[in-house]
Design a protein around this ligand. Sequence first.
Ligand code: SAH
Length: 458
Amino acid sequence: MAKLKPPVEKNEMVELTFEDVTHEGDAVGKVNGYPLFVPYGLPGEKAIVKVLKVKKNFGYGKLMKVLEQSPARIEPPCDVFYQCGGCQLQHMSYEMQLEVKQKQVKDALRKLGHIEGIPIHPTIGMEDPWRYRNKVQIPVRGVEGRLETGFFKKRSHDIIDMDTCPITDEQNDRMVEAIRRIAEDAGIAPYDEEHHKGTLRHIMVRNGKATNEIMIVLVTRTEKLDYEEKIVNEIHKAYPNVKSIIQNVNSKRTNVILGHQTKVLWGEEYIYDTIGDVKFAISAKSFYQINPTQTKKLYDQALKYANLTGSETVIDAYCGIGTISLFLAKNAKKVYGVEIVPEAIEDAKNNAKLNGIDNAEFFVGAAEKVMTWWKAQGLKPDVIVVDPPRKGCDEALLQAMIDMKPKKIVYVSCNPSTLARDLRILEDGGFKTLEVQPVDMFPQTSHIEAVANVVLDV
Ligand code: SAH
């Protein structure tokens, strides 16, 4: 067969109309059927694009000029949107963001799961889709003798000099700047990545939205933190809702932000937050959902689909610190949570105690192994909730669910592609997907979260 050559060449200028958006937030336009992925384009727009990269089945391009602008195009509120890698969709109206996310779930289910003709509901969005992030982790670097904080430029470790991040909680945003100033005045050496020298690597700030408590984490290369007392005193005296100041030591050359060792410098080891009427203790290293307003909506949706009456046995697989388990426990007879990270399970157990919940039990292990074991032991859950990472459920776990035949599966997903793949396997195993509800957990970014309501097809 003749080799089929892509119809474009590198550096060529082409004119095209964008039809769609990828899950990475790039616009997609075609040249004679050959798709080009172009950041910052919008569906419906006609544009001139410079071809940057040509692969066999698709290519990448740069938006050079918009010839016909979409009514959904807006001026990104953030000054550094085009340099920073954090957000992908600030140039798109929020209304369109919600539509695009709903469509992506719909398309994934149809193309990858062969599931059609069921309701994929409009995405549940935020009333105010800004300043929602309850946690910020900002790198610290020395620039011309000053201490600078800011996100990394896309695909680089150069810091963008920025005043504010409009998706970060305003208070946390201001705290980063306050701590930067205090650390600079005290004379702390910023981390020098190239030579692996200096002290302060990252400033992390997280808050409990419901409690207004703040935790500060200073991530340092060395255990020794010069001027520790001065810094700590200045922070908690000036900001009374700071309840916890932690040092985390990360001595490695790595892109991973937190190291193993944490030490309380001042105050508590935990701050607290509540979702609905469940209270959570959050430590420096705990995984905790970053958008508490939408988390409540997501969990309410999971609870609604679980349709509990109080007599059910429930499994919560990939349970993290037990957030969904504890949310469901009040309406169930018994909840079993399973999660691979031991510290998360410690948190889950503590959180159960904190809330006086005694019908939730937590286990450390790979969900696929533990579930297979439970199945062998004859455990018969009425409802299984899964909330896996982006790569979706392990096949052994899907098989265990199919064999256990629960009446209901509630699938919480952060990746429509693996959701679609897994729903197909469940459908082939005797289940039926009734409906899917996308929930926007990460406005301005291309991340998509969705909950699927799946029942045993009898
Ligand atoms: N349900 C939780 C966390 C979901 S994030 C919440 O809403 O907060 C997905 C979780 O799956 C993470 O905590 C991750 O550590 C865990 N995980 C990843 N692979 C796993 C596996 N094979 N078995 C069990 N848990 C796993």
